[in-house]
Design a protein. Structure first.
Length: 136
């Protein structure tokens, strides 16, 4: 689920997802992100940053920050999101993490047409691959 406020020069978006991760097991994660500009009409790129809270199967949390780009022209109605992040803290076994990650994700919205979207929920589906190193 993504909540985006359009039209404006920036968007604040919140996402919640579930999946499996090597160090976390069955996990959920919450993303709070800010896109610093609307998509460029020439290349369809917008820029963003955000915070992520991963929750491991046992309840331990892992915190991270990231920055990246969103290409809103992927395959017609998709958005490809590429980010670089750093682990910043956590609870339980993740109290003092060290490491970085790369995030490569695809999001396909189910609303017709490109942004700007109406204020509210932007439904869709997608997948994400996260690679990196963490020491805890």
């Amino acid at each position: 689920m993504c909540f985006i406020v359009w039209p404006c020069a920036s968007a604040h978006c919140g996402l919640f997802q579930r999946g499996n991760a090597t160090h976390l097991g069955r996990t959920g994660f919450v993303i709070e992100q800010w896109w610093t500009k609307a998509p460029n009409p020439v290349d369809g790129i917008s820029y963003g940053q955000g915070k992520i809270t991963f929750t491991a199967a046992n309840g331990d949390e892992l915190y991270a920050t990231y920055f990246g780009t969103a290409d809103h022209t992927y395959d017609g109605d998709g958005t490809e999101i590429l980010t670089h992040g750093i682990f910043t803290g956590g609870t339980g076994r993740f109290v003092n993490p060290e490491g970085t990650f790369e995030w490569d994700g695809l999001f396909f919205r189910t609303l017709p047409g490109p942004p700007p979207f109406p204020v509210g929920e932007v439904p869709g589906s997608g997948e994400v691959t996260v690679t990196g190193m963490i020491k805890y």
